[in-house]
Design a protein around this ligand. Structure first.
Ligand SMILES: O=C[C@H](O)COP(=O)(O)O
Length: 252
């Protein structure tokens, strides 16, 4: 049975005090997670250690970073390595978010290096993929996403793939209020799973958790998560409000 996950990506939001309050409110909600269900919170780097302490007594709640360096260590001012993240207890790392690709020019090849470093340090990548609006309008989204998968993940073997989570985030739906329909999400998730099956085998594909991200909220999460190949969500804006985030978790 593959894992079902709701992950909250705080992006560059909240002070430490606000972040602590958010985590405390999430744990106070006392959500009962079924077997195989996980909650992940991805605060900014400076809050990771604190958030790790706050969630340590809550099995089922995991810690993610929002990025890591593509180099192992050394003279890279301002960068944070996968090894550093592992040393403070980070479980997951979001890699290839469209905002990193767009504003920080992250390439598929660079992301392949980040994935290798995360895996080598025992951190599970949440690998983001997804097409911009013009690609969706041209109906070439499958080719676009296939290329992202090929160039960042296809160098792995099936054993390594077990530690990867994929998040499909159509760029036109991120922070815009425009959500992909449940059918659009399901179609792309099924396509991704089929590509993974072709490359890594059926068992690897069936075990792969594929999240949807893009204006997911309490009012649409249930419908999105009900689709056969949608295994949860990567949540941005709604993850900053404890009541919304916990309502989305309950939709798993
Ligand atoms: O990482 C999260 C996604 O970018 C979705 O963000 P959003 O829920 O604010 O649209």
């Amino acid at each position: 049975m593959r894992k079902k996950i709701v992950a909250g990506n705080w992006k560059m939001n909240l002070t430490l005090a606000q972040g602590e309050q958010l985590v405390n409110d999430i744990v106070a909600a006392g959500i009962k997670l079924a077997e195989g269900q996980e909650v992940v919170v991805a605060p900014p780097f400076p809050y990771l250690i604190k958030v790790k302490q706050l969630i340590r007594n809550y099995p089922g709640i995991y810690l993610a970073a929002q990025n890591c360096a593509s180099e192992k260590s050394g003279a890279y001012t301002g960068e944070v390595s996968a090894e550093m993240l592992a040393s403070v207890g980070v479980d997951y790392v979001i890699l290839g978010h469209s905002e990193r690709r767009e504003y920080f020019s992250e390439s598929n090849a660079q992301l392949a290096k980040k994935i290798d470093l995360a895996l080598a340090n025992g951190i599970k990548p949440i690998f983001c993929c997804g097409e911009p609006l013009e690609v969706r309008k041209a109906e070439t989204q499958n080719e676009y996403v296939a290329r992202q998968l090929e160039e960042s993940l296809y160098h792995l073997d099936a054993a390594a793939l077990k530690n990867i989570v994929i998040a499909y985030e159509p760029i036109w739906a991120i922070g815009t209020g425009l959500t992909a329909s449940a059918q659009q999400a399901q179609d792309m998730h099924a396509f991704i799973r089929a590509r993974i099956a072709e490359k890594f085998g059926r068992e690897a594909a069936l075990g792969l958790t594929i999240l949807y991200g893009g204006s997911a909220k309490p009012s649409n999460a249930g419908e999105l998560f009900a689709s056969a190949d949608v295994d949860g969500g990567l949540i941005g804006g709604a993850s900053l409000v404890a009541a919304d985030f916990t309502a989305i978790v309950k939709s798993l």
